[in-house]
Design a protein around this ligand. Structure first.
Ligand code: BTN
Length: 248
């Protein structure tokens, strides 16, 4: 059950989330969102479920979630209607961090490009897909899971707000808070956002490893540029990385 009154009481945005479709259960909110794009202007529309059965992560990974405990939703954004489309993944990570801080006082960090990290473990992720001039921003956050809810595969690498705080959070409130922040950041000055992202990044000036054409490369992570690319110093040469995964 989705508590619309709680969601609406906390939503302060103009467009984002003003049209919301809740599913008791669906395979993937990103798939659901993408199937609606041809139906007319859906800028700001949100698809949310409390039971995502086949969630997808980046790099074809599966995204694990627990019914009624994990926050899983997608927001549809018309690329022409926002100022900061190039750094949408950067903005989304900042919006999540700010919203979590507001609801729980917990300070999460970011691992490039947009993994949300708490106590060195992953607590949330973002999958952005483009179709028909829209960007579908899919967000998954571990909120009310207990350690015993996490599958063996992610038990040692993931955490939840409840594991950290020992208290329950209303998924509807957190969703509204994220949408409020996201709408605001879509129009804000680029330099401010890049600086915010850098302040939350947990591996600035640290050694990182990443794969390029099956080769493992290591370098020092120096920050991000105005397009959101990672800046890495490899043997005193500057390289820009655009996607994929890094190890820290
Ligand atoms: C990642 O690999 O870190 C990204 C995970 C993104 C998961 C979310 S949950 C809601 C939306 N629907 C999906 O199928 N995936 C995204």
């Amino acid at each position: 059950m989705f508590e619309y009154n709680i969601f609406e009481n906390h939503l302060k945005s103009e467009k984002f989330g003003r049209h919301i479709k809740y599913f008791e259960s669906t395979a993937s909110t990103n798939n659901e969102a993408k199937s609606r794009l041809a139906q007319g202007d859906c800028h700001g529309h949100v698809i949310v479920t409390k039971n995502q059965t086949n969630g997808r992560g980046r790099r074809n990974n599966q995204w694990f979630s627990v019914p009624n405990k994990s926050l899983t939703f997608s927001i549809i954004i018309n690329q022409k209607k926002i100022k900061n489309k190039k750094i949408l993944s950067i903005i989304s990570a900042i919006a999540i961090i700010k919203a979590i801080k507001k609801i729980s006082t917990v300070q999460c960090l970011i691992k490039w490009p947009n993994d949300i990290i708490l106590n060195n473990q992953k607590i949330g992720g973002i999958l952005i897909e483009k179709k028909l001039g829209y960007m579908v921003v899919g967000i998954g956050i571990n909120v009310n899971e207990k350690k015993s809810d996490l599958t063996i595969k992610i038990k040692n690498t993931s955490t939840s707000l409840r594991i950290n705080n020992n208290s329950l959070i209303k998924l509807e409130t957190l969703l509204a808070y994220i949408l409020n922040e996201l709408e605001k950041y879509c129009e804000i000055e680029n330099e401010y956002l890049i600086n915010k992202w850098l302040a939350y990044c947990c591996h600035i000036n640290k050694k990182i490893k990443f794969y390029e054409n099956d080769n493992m490369i290591s370098g020092i992570f120096k920050g991000i540029n105005k397009n959101g690319q990672g800046i890495v110093n490899i043997n005193n040469k500057t390289e820009f990385i655009s996607s994929g995964m890094i190890e820290i």
